[in-house]
Ligand binder design. Structure first.
Ligand code: GTP
Length: 251
């Protein structure tokens, strides 16, 4: 008999399609119903969602944005020097990463925060091989401070770290449950794609992630799964290929 399952003592579970995944979330997710900042219950709920995936035996790393604290692009739009604004955004990401680390540790999930900009009193510096070892030991690695460089978004940081970590997929936690032909909040006739190619996302300007992130994922052949991170427990469902989502691949 061909076994396509992970056998445990008491039960046989279907094999999971992903061994190591990147969760990319915007900072706005962490503000919950608030206008800005961190909403404690939402941060804890997101941590619980991550724990469920870790408990499935999947290695998880996380990249968050900082839109709930400071947006580099809007800072630049108000006349601030773009580089300074981007560094402020990266510091916002560190705040979000520490909040998420704290929430995960409340649930007794082992975590490590690694920053793309050195701030050794606060967290580890980004060291690829160390991050890999942490994940192999079942720790959730939260990558902070984006790529550590201005002019790059946290989406790009997500695609970059996912490539460096050999992730099997990028899970992009969004407000909606996938990629639609039009904005589903404005156009009731909008339809959700089950599967779409990187090229279509780029040429149709579907704004799943920014173009640099999509190109990087494409070059490294890492599927991007867009799902709603607003629903409790949805991350674990989608990791098991259940529920509604859109998968972006080469075909
Ligand atoms: P292994 O020994 O490989 O299992 O990993 P480890 O992370 O447990 O070992 P390490 O001794 O490197 O780290 C122990 C603790 O110190 C962990 O909580 C790390 O996150 C933390 N740590 C390690 N390096 C740094 C650093 O440069 N800055 C800060 N702030 N913490 C660090």
């Amino acid at each position: 008999m061909v076994m396509t399952a992970n056998k445990t003592e008491d039960n046989i579970q279907p094999a999971l399609p992903y061994k190591r995944v990147m969760l990319k979330m915007s900072g706005e997710v962490l503000m919950g119903p608030q206008e800005f900042g961190l909403h404690a219950d939402t941060v804890q709920r997101v941590a619980q969602d991550i724990k469920e995936v870790v408990d499935l035996g999947v290695e998880v790393c996380v990249v968050v944005g900082a839109g709930n604290i400071f947006r580099g692009v809007s800072g630049a739009a108000t006349g601030m020097d773009r580089t300074t604004a981007d560094y402020m955004g990266m510091l916002g990401i560190v705040i979000n990463a520490l909040a998420l680390q704290n929430a995960l540790e409340n649930l007794e999930v082992q975590t490590r925060v690694q920053s793309g900009i050195r701030m050794d009193s606060i967290c580890e510096p980004y060291i690829r091989r160390k991050a890999m070892r942490h994940m192999q030991k079942g720790r959730v690695v939260i990558f902070a401070a984006g790529t550590g460089n201005p002019y790059f978004t946290s989406d790009t940081a997500g695609a970059l770290r996912a490539s460096e970590m050999d992730c099997d997929a990028i899970f992009k936690g969004s407000k909606v449950d996938g990629v639609y032909s039009a904005d589903p909040e404005k156009d009731p006739s909008a339809v959700r794609f089950d599967r779409i190619s990187y090229i279509d996302v780029l040429t149709k300007d579907l704004r799943v992630m920014d173009a640099t992130a999509i190109s990087l994922a494409r070059e490294n052949n890492i599927p991007i799964i867009i799902f709603s991170v607003k629903e409790k427990g949805n991350f674990a469902q989608v990791v098991q290929s259940r529920g509604s989502y859109t998968i972006v691949t080469n075909k």
